[in-house]
Design a protein around this ligand. Structure first.
Ligand code: IPE
Ligand code: IPE
Ligand code: MG
Length: 245
């Protein structure tokens, strides 16, 4: 139903919104269902939120789908998640391409199943020219490993004599993160009432606004998304300066 609702542009809408989609397991447990049922419902919400985002004024949407720590979950749950990610790519690629959504994945790909990696590459290639929304999907993502990877690249360049240590600036480090080329998130939303980052975008969140929402991810409707964006749009961001008069 909600897919047919036209959302109005929100004045001063945060342009880059990042979401920690949390609470799928609890949503299912509260209903006496297996945790994996919550993940299935969660994917449906992704579809709805991605559709609504550009009409509300969001230009970049980053979603946390699987952390480097999530490998420690039971094998069965990890397997279901990997198969849901594959299915998401197969089912959504046509629609995302026709609705102008450019997809890019961030995280370490090596540990992901080969068939999933191939699908991810296909989706990125198919949507590379799309411009209405950038959807950044954090899959096997950890902010600490992202920083370690960036530091390793810089260290190699110093060792090779291509980089002077004095030339390592904030911009240079940022340009070697997985998120290179995209601005930092203006707003980070976390559902399910938890108030932590869980190894998400540690560098990029230096000046992000935060919204912690009590609803679990499968209950995060496009209408609720619009309400959260509207509230955040009214906040004054000072970046260490004094209030503009
Ligand atoms: C978020 O929901 C989805 C992933 C981390 C993959 P959870 O699975 O963390 O749900 P809770 O937090 O256990 O309820
Ligand atoms: C963060 O949620 C990761 C994703 C939403 C993909 P978790 O449920 O894994 O985080 P913790 O364990 O509660 O901190
Ligand atoms: Mg969780």
């Amino acid at each position: 139903m909600s897919e047919h609702i036209e959302y109005m542009k929100i004045p001063n809408c945060p342009e880059h919104v990042a979401i920690v989609m949390d609470g799928n397991g609890r949503w299912a447990a509260e209903r006496g269902l297996p945790r994996t049922h919550g993940h299935h419902r969660g994917v449906e919400r992704v579809r709805e939120i991605v559709r609504a985002a550009p009409s509300l004024g969001v230009k970049i949407l980053t979603i946390y789908a699987f952390s480097t720590e999530n490998w420690h979950r039971p094998d069965h749950e990890v397997r279901v998640l990997m198969s849901l990610f594959r299915r998401f790519v197969v089912r959504e690629v046509d629609d995302l391409e026709t609705t102008g959504v450019r997809v890019r994945f961030i995280g370490q790909r090596e540990r992901l199943p080969g068939n999933l990696r191939n699908l991810m590459a296909m989706m990125e290639a198919r949507t590379a020219q799309c411009r209405d929304l950038t959807l950044q999907i954090a899959l096997n993502y950890g902010a600490r490993s992202e920083l370690v990877d960036a530091v390793r690249v810089l260290a190699e360049r110093v060792r090779a004599g291509d980089l002077d240590p004095d030339a390592i600036t904030e911009a240079e480090l940022g340009a070697n993160l997985y998120t290179q080329g995209l601005p930092d998130p203006d707003l980070i939303i976390r559902t399910s009432g938890e108030k932590r980052l869980s190894n998400f975008l540690l560098w990029q969140s230096a000046y992000s606004e935060f919204a912690f929402i009590p609803e679990c991810w499968p209950d995060f409707t496009a209408g609720l998304f619009a309400t959260v964006l509207r509230e955040a749009a009214g906040r004054e961001r000072r970046f260490g300066m004094v209030k503009a008069t």
